[in-house]
Write a protein that binds this ligand. Structure first.
Ligand SMILES: Nc1ncnc2c1ncn2[C@@H]1O[C@H](COP(=O)(O)OP(=O)(O)OP(=O)(O)O)[C@@H](O)[C@H]1O
Ligand SMILES: [Mg+2]
Length: 412
């Protein structure tokens, strides 16, 4: 599933190919997977890069272009064909349609027309009759203070999503200086965010996957830079490209952002569909939460997406009640995750996700339920969780729990 159409183009004329490329690169619904200047080689290019669609210019030799289309129809039947030409000759248009072309676009191209044609192809490929929505969901996990549980939750949401065969999931460690997602997953990556950022404009889909490290759950990890000296190489522009690339290739991207709220972190929030803001029920954390929410309030593209998740509910010492917390932060708590230090530390130290480390623990079930909510999967009626030890917390438990008994919750 993807919200981006992966496209390969062939046009023997360098100048018109460049014009076409410039137009396509400005469209967020297209990922230019491959380009070719020879009709003879293009069928092999398509076989290798497996794009969603092929855009063929007819003007470098209409007859050879038609032969190519016939070939593509049998060698890459899943690849949708689009044709462009200066000619408006009815016979030629008829031939391309017979050769299986879905869209014929006259040159010079009208941007709107091209965009609509690409959207129609995208709709045909991914907006199937089952009504399933296409599109990559980007989920950012942010925290109101250090050690609030962001990486623990980001890693497990990533693994939970990746276990579903319908999903393809990447986790990006944006805690650039001290990120430890690789430790949680017990992975030793070959490449980091620096490599992918530096090569973003040259990577194709196969190379991108090879640059990421695959976990046994199916999750792909893109870790933080190795050297502190490399941190400055990760710029907002670079991150935008990397996320564009991931968005075109994965159904879900999970971002474990840093607590520094740098320009890179803020861009990550801006590009996300969901923002989980993790908090614990202690005074410094709640105070930071209020400051953060006030700051994010000014960012139009961010404020609506923030969902407050309380971690370590039930931890006794120095805890503030959920009721008080809700009054303080002035908004609903989207989800609660119970306190279970032993399970969480073992999970990290053994480099095993919760579903393997402690499949039946309340904290595992809670994180699974949070994953389902974020994935838009309907959740089962109220789930039995360990009872919080804090009385005031216990009193408010149900009123904050999404999907109370008998109800079904769904995230839009
Ligand atoms: N629900 C929980 N119950 C008990 N302990 C937890 C829970 N969630 C996380 N922890 C523990 O809290 C500690 C910090 O967790 P984690 O590293 O995930 O937080 P973080 O926000 O990513 O930290 P940092 O700011 O350093 O990136 C770890 O020891 C982890 O095991
Ligand atoms: Mg962390």
């Amino acid at each position: 599933m993807s919200n981006v159409l992966r496209l390969a183009i062939v046009d023997p004329n360098d100048q018109s190919r460049e014009t076409l490329k410039t137009m396509l690169l400005g469209m967020d619904i297209v990922w230019l997977d491959a380009e070719c200047s020879r009709y003879e080689f293009f069928a092999d290019v398509v076989l290798q890069s497996k794009p969603d669609a092929a855009l063929i210019s007819l003007d470098g030799g209409p007859d050879r272009a038609i032969v190519l289309m016939d070939k593509l129809r049998s060698s890459s039947p899943d690849c949708a064909l689009l044709a462009v030409s200066k000619s408006s000759d009815g016979q030629l248009i008829l031939k391309t349609i017979r050769a299986g072309v879905k869209e014929f676009l006259p040159l010079p191209l009208d941007v709107e027309e091209l965009h609509s044609a690409l959207e129609r192809v995208l709709q045909l490929k991914y907006g199937g009759a089952d009504g399933k929505s296409r599109g990559c969901r980007i989920i950012a996990i942010a925290g109101a203070t250090g050690g609030v549980g962001c990486t623990s939750i980001a890693v497990n949401i990533g693994c939970n999503l990746a276990r579903n065969a319908e999903n393809s999931v990447a986790l990006v460690d944006l805690d650039l200086a001290l990120g430890d997602a690789d430790v949680f997953l017990d992975l030793i990556p070959d490449y980091s965010l620096v490599d992918v950022t530096e090569n973003a404009s040259r990577l194709d889909f196969q190379l991108l996957r090879k640059s990421l490290t695959k976990h046994s759950s199916g999750l792909y990890l893109l870790p933080r830079p190795v050297q502190l000296q490399d941190l400055e190489l990760i710029t907002p522009d670079g991150l935008r490209k990397v996320i564009g690339l991931l968005r075109a290739s994965f159904s879900h991207v999970v971002l474990d952002i840093s607590k520094s709220y740098t320009q890179v972190d803020l861009l990550a929030l801006e590009l996300s569909n969901e923002i989980i803001l993790m908090v614990q029920l202690d005074l410094p954390c709640l105070r930071n939460m209020v400051r953060l929410l006030m700051s994010l309030q000014h960012l139009e593209s961010v404020r609506e997406k923030v969902k407050v998740v309380v971690n370590r509910v039930g931890l006794e010492s120095g805890q503030i009640s959920l009721k008080k917390a809700r009054e303080t932060i002035g908004r609903e708590v989207f989800f609660q995750i119970p306190n279970d230090y032993r399970t969480m530390v073992e999970m990290r130290n053994n480099g095993q996700p919760l579903t393997e480390q402690a499949p039946k623990a309340a904290v595992t079930l809670a994180v699974q339920q949070l994953t389902d909510l974020l994935a838009g999967v309907q959740i089962a009626p109220k789930q039995e969780l360990e009872k919080p030890t804090d009385r005031s917390t216990a009193n408010n438990w149900l009123s904050f729990w999404p999907g109370k008994a008998g109800q079904k919750a769904k995230v839009k």
